[in-house]
Design a protein. Structure first.
Lengths: 152, 129
């Protein structure tokens, strides 16, 4: 059961590894204040990066300490539900939200801390990957030049 | 001399050496995963660093050092293979598993372009022969 859910997360990651996820086209259509898309993209990468960092830390905590599975599961589920709601809401990252919720399902099926580490690790890889794609949307070079001109 | 890697980036072919003495477990994991392929992103805070994500963690943190130009390192926090292509001030010590031995100039030329045009393809494979 756990392996089936994990396989779905791994397959989702492999699909977007070298091919732009469909979520990116959806994110491109989102407009924030004053009908500009920059804040949507910048906030999306921030929120993806946050979850990637949290998942990595939770994975490390579970690997390096004697922790109980239920506490880790409850804590992680709360984060996953929050971020799935964020991604699938305004940002239109509906595939990402679905995979994060698959992670919740997988955590519910985990019976050991080792299985918890496996699930959280796979989710971290996936969320990081989506964040890499969103980062490509930010024109960092021009953004940096413009910022310096305005800040000068 | 440790096992050698070929890095293909843009029009350049670069040689690097795995640091099998200083980072044996990291080198073993990397060597087993070859060839590695990715799309490069430029670092935003470090001036002369590009990186790409690998589809696995390397929990064996060995040879953590202040990165120098030519170093190949791995940041487990975001599963990133980091390449320091010129003089820069890194953010901290990073586990380092390889070092460029030939054509650092070519690597630097191609990597510098990633700031303006992210997503450049990179392949790292075992050196033949």
């Amino acid at each position: 059961m756990l392996n089936t859910t994990l396989d779905k997360i791994i397959a989702a990651r492999q699909t977007i590894w070298l091919n732009e996820p469909a979520d990116i086209a959806r994110l491109r259509t989102k407009k924030g204040a004053r009908k500009q898309g920059a804040s949507a993209v910048l906030y999306a990468t921030a929120k993806l990066g946050q979850l990637a960092v949290f998942l990595n830390h939770l994975r490390q905590v579970a690997q390096q300490n004697k922790v109980d599975l239920e506490t880790m599961r409850v804590t992680t589920n709360s984060l996953l539900e929050f971020y799935a709601g964020q991604y699938g809401g305004f940002y239109g990252l509906i595939d990402t939200a679905q995979v994060v919720r698959l992670g919740k399902d997988a955590l519910g099926e985990a019976k050991t801390i080792e299985e918890y580490v496996k699930v959280v690790g796979e989710l971290a890889l996936y969320v990081s990957r989506v964040d890499y794609w969103v980062d490509f949307l930010v024109p960092w070079a021009k953004f940096g030049e413009t910022y310096e001109q305005i800040a000068a | 001399m440790g096992k050698e890697l070929t890095i293909i980036i843009g029009k350049e072919e670069v040689t690097a050496e795995l640091l099998t003495q200083a980072a044996p477990r990291m080198c073993e994991i990397i060597a087993r995963a070859l060839p590695l392929e990715g799309l490069l992103t430029h670092a935003k805070l470090v001036d002369r660093e590009v990186f790409f994500q690998l589809p696995f963690f390397i929990d064996a943190a060995e040879n953590a050092k202040w990165s120098e130009k030519g170093d190949l390192a791995f940041w487990n926090g975001r599963q990133s293979l980091c390449i320091f292509y010129d003089d820069c001030v890194p953010l901290g010590n990073t586990p380092t598993f390889a070092r460029v031995t030939q054509n650092l100039e070519g690597l630097a030329r191609e990597a510098a372009e990633v700031w303006d045009k992210p997503g450049k393809r990179i392949v790292i494979k075992a050196k033949e022969g």
